[in-house]
Design a protein around this ligand. Structure first.
Ligand SMILES: C[S@@+](CC[C@H](N)C(=O)[O-])C[C@H]1O[C@@H](n2cnc3c(N)ncnc32)[C@H](O)[C@@H]1O
Length: 195
């Protein structure tokens, strides 16, 4: 499923994340990457799809991007990742090169509120993993890039009920969506666009 190159990059990032947490590094200095099982879940969502176009909002050092890009590599597709922190963006490029996934993943560096305005593409899946207070506005921008059948996956809806319980409630009350909270790791809200 995962080749040795991908596996060793994931393991390195997991070790670095564990070290940073252990020595109490500030959140802004950490990758704040998803849990391994969330990565596996993202892989499983995209790998069965043909030509799966993924938009990731909050790429950090590329840990979740590796899972998504390794997934789309099976049946075609690509991941476009948005990241505004220059140091994280540099680390993202190194991660993707080390994993041998440059043909499946691309980084757009800058503030997602600006870069999203410049993107004309239509996506199949959006992975939302940026600042929690921005989810509502980022969801609105991302939704404009999805057609019926498209999916938004938002992380941290259980680990950060303030403010994200409101995000989940709003998605679940919207009749143009089908939305469910998946209690995996920090909590994922999966919202399918119905119309
Ligand atoms: C929780 S981390 C993402 C972790 C990543 N998805 C992973 O699992 O490896 C959130 C990232 O979003 C970035 N970010 C926050 N607000 C942003 C914005 N408006 N535009 C682009 N990136 C943003 C932060 O710099 C940070 O690296």
């Amino acid at each position: 499923m995962l080749d040795e190159q991908v596996r060793s990059v994931l393991e390195r990032l997991e070790r670095e994340d564990a070290d940073e947490r252990e020595r109490g590094a500030a959140a802004s200095e950490r990758s704040r990457q998803v849990a391994r099982t969330t990565g596996q879940f993202l892989f499983a969502l995209v790998a069965p799809q043909v030509d799966c176009e993924v938009l990731e909002i909050g790429g950090s050092r590329g840990y979740s991007t590796v899972w998504l890009a390794a997934g789309v590599r099976h049946l075609g597709g690509r991941v476009l990742s948005l990241e505004n922190d220059p140091a994280k963006a540099e680390a993202w490029r190194r991660t993707i090169a080390d994993a041998g996934l440059e043909e499946c993943a691309e980084l757009l560096e800058g503030d997602a509120f600006e870069t999203l305005e410049r993107i004309d593409d239509v996506f199949d899946i959006v992975f939302l993993d940026a600042e929690k207070d921005d989810y509502e506005r980022l969801f609105a921008l991302a939704r404009a890039k999805l057609e019926p059948g498209g999916l938004v996956v938002a992380d941290n809806v259980l680990s950060h009920p303030d403010p994200l319980a409101q995000y989940s409630a709003a998605r679940q009350a919207d009749p143009s969506l089908s939305s469910v909270t998946v209690p995996l790791d920090r909590g994922l809200e999966l919202s399918v666009i119905l119309r």
